[in-house]
Structures are given as C-alpha cells and as structure tokens.
Design a protein. Structure first.
Length: 311
C-alpha cells in the first residue's frame, strides 16, 4: 500500500493528512493558511515540515498537494516538489491547484463540475475531451461569492457609510466594530494584520450568521449566491447537457443560508440539470488521487515529480 501524505493548502487553513498504518489511517494536522503574499514556495514546505513534526515523521511514499497557491511555471513546480521531497523523503510528489483535488473529492475523475467555496472559490470542470478552471482568480481579481469576497464587500460598505456620515443600517456595523475593535480604527487593524485575508474571511461568517435576521446581510448573501451560481452554471454549460454539478467547501457545508440561496438559483437555471451537495473535503480528494497509479483524467492539471527521474 502506498503511504500518503496529502495537503490542502488554503488561504485560511492548511490541512495535512497522513495515511501510513492501519492504526493511524487518517491523522490530520491543521495549520494557519498560506496566501500568495506569504512566499508560498517557502511557506508551504515549512507547513509540511511542521506537520511532519506533529506526526512524528512517518515514512511517506507519495505526497499530493492541492494548493490555492499552486505555481503555474513547470520550473517553479519542480523546485517546490523537490523541497517537499527533501522534507518528507517521498519518492513521488504530485502538485495541483486545489480546484483539481476538490473535483476529485466529488467525482473521482469522472465528468462533472465541482464548485468549492471557502475563503476563495474553486470551480473545476471536466468533460471527456478537456479540463477547465472557472474563477479561482484569487482574492484580488476574483473568488466571487467566497468568504473573502463577502467579508470585504460588507466591510467596504460599512466603512463607506461611516466615512460619509450616513446612518448605519442593521446589525453589521456594530458587529464589525466589535470584531475588529472599532469602526474608527477598523481599516488600520485590517491593514496591519499579518492574517488580514483570513480576518476578512472570518467576518463573512458573521454576515452569514446574521443573514436571516438582518436585511443588509441577507442582501449580501443573495449577491454572493448569484455570483457563485453564475460561475457554476457557466461551467456546467461548457461541459454540456445533463452535467452533474457538485457543491462543497466549508462556506457552503457550514452555512445553510448561503447553500440554500445558491441551490435555489441553480435549480432555476436551465444550464444545470443535476445538483448535489457533497460532504467530502479537498483532503479526501487528494487522498483519492494519491491512491491512483497515475493522475488519469487530471494528468494535464497535475505536476508529477518523481525522485527516480528527477522530474
């Protein structure tokens, strides 16, 4: 049996699971997340090293990484894979965007669209002749409807009203002040924080928890659902008629108000015919992928480093 170490490298949390023995099949270590502002080529190996210490350095054959911060250039992929191999002593390292391992969690390589919403948004589509990512553009340029997007839009609107002396509406301004210390210094607290992306994403959870009683929060959740639905339905149309669409990720599985708003919009969209909600995680997808002899349908989207060949 191949002994695996798999990594879900998110912006809020990095999760590492190892499967090495019958008495320790699914040990998981959770560490603070990594963004592209954190020099991921150095930060991800450090996270893996920290996890290995917590796991008492188990023997590993293969590492599978599904990363929000996955590099695109082959040489950068090779360098990162080599660093991971040096730490884990694994003979194989497979590296992919986390949208790929999310899709594997939902479809195990079969045709379909997987939309995952967490701090960011990962949407990956597989059809018989091609693969494609939708959105996944990162917190600066995309991730429409994800936790960072929700938190950022909420805070921008709150601060704009505060700055212009407009009446503060609903519960969100008070909650934002409590969460960050005060509205007066909220912008300073966010910009000075080393975890600013996660801080903003965490405020999205407050928005979602308030949405059923607060009009402003409810409207924002509906906006997020609309954007997520646009991404998912466009991906489904690209794959073709009768495409299976899977929804997952902690933002959707932990917050029914957003999932229900999204599902309602998708059920009204003629481009979507099969909709399922999945409870499996990106870590589960990476584990499934790592148990295969080769990446299969995902081969174009997975960088494979092999210690025997050095590439």
């Amino acid at each position: 049996m191949t002994r695996l170490l798999v990594v879900d490298g998110g912006q809020s949390t990095v999760r590492v699971r190892v499967s090495t023995a019958e008495d320790q099949p699914n040990t998981v270590v959770e560490l603070p997340g990594v963004t592209r502002l954190d020099q991921p080529a150095e930060a991800i190996p450090k996270k893996v090293s920290d996890a290995m210490e917590n796991l008492q350095y188990p023997q590993i054959d293969r590492v599978v990484l599904g990363l929000t911060t996955a590099p695109s250039a082959p040489e950068e992929c090779r360098i990162l894979a080599q660093r991971i191999a040096d730490i884990t002593r694994a003979s194989d390292v497979w590296l992919a965007d986390d949208s790929v391992t999310a899709h594997a969690a939902a479809f195990s390589g079969e045709t379909g669209v997987a939309l995952w919403a967490g701090t960011g948004v990962a949407c990956f589509a597989v059809r018989p002749d091609a693969l494609r990512t939708f959105d996944g553009l990162g917190f600066l340029l995309g991730d429409y409807g994800g936790a960072f997007w929700i938190g950022r839009i909420a805070l921008k609107r709150i601060l704009r009203d505060f700055d212009l002396g407009r009446p503060q509406r609903g519960a969100l301004p008070t909650l934002a002040g409590k969460h960050f210390g005060s509205l007066q210094n909220l912008h300073i607290a966010v910009h000075d924080s080393s975890t600013r992306i996660d801080d903003i994403a965490q405020f999205a959870r407050i928005v979602l928890d308030t949405a059923s009683e607060d009009e402003q929060a409810g409207n924002l959740v509906r906006e997020a659902a609309h954007l997520l639905a646009e991404t998912a339905a466009t991906a489904a149309a690209w794959v073709g008629p009768n495409t299976a669409l899977a929804l997952g990720g902690r933002l959707l599985t932990s917050h029914p108000v957003l999932y229900e708003a999204l599902a309602e919009r998708l059920q009204e969209d003629s481009r979507v015919s099969q909709l399922t909600r999945v409870s499996t995680s990106i870590v589960d997808g990476a584990m499934w992928l790592g148990r295969q002899s080769h990446p299969g349908r995902y081969r174009e989207a997975v960088f494979v480093w092999n210690g025997r060949s050095g590439s």
